[in-house]
Design a protein around this ligand. Structure first.
Ligand SMILES: [Zn+2]
Ligand SMILES: [Zn+2]
Length: 70
């Protein structure tokens, strides 16, 4: 994630105005074909704020809570 502070967002996502990097979701006005998920913890799992993809807690931990990283 970039260090710029000029960010613009809407229902689809969040984009950096300085370098154009999609920071969250699909970016402002859907700039990216893939969603940069922002997971919100719900009951028994996690839901993406933007694309509403759902992962149960076990799967989420497998992908995102790995100390080795990706
Ligand atoms: Zn930037
Ligand atoms: Zn998503």
């Amino acid at each position: 994630m970039c260090e710029h502070r000029n960010k613009v967002g809407d229902n689809y996502g969040l984009t950096c105005l300085d370098c154009g990097t999609v920071l969250e979701g699909y970016g402002y006005r859907v700039q990216s074909p893939t969603c940069r998920h922002v997971w919100l913890k719900g009951e028994g799992g996690y839901e993406c704020l933007y694309c509403e993809e759902w992962l149960n807690e076990e799967t989420w931990q497998m992908f995102y809570d790995n100390p080795i990283g990706v």
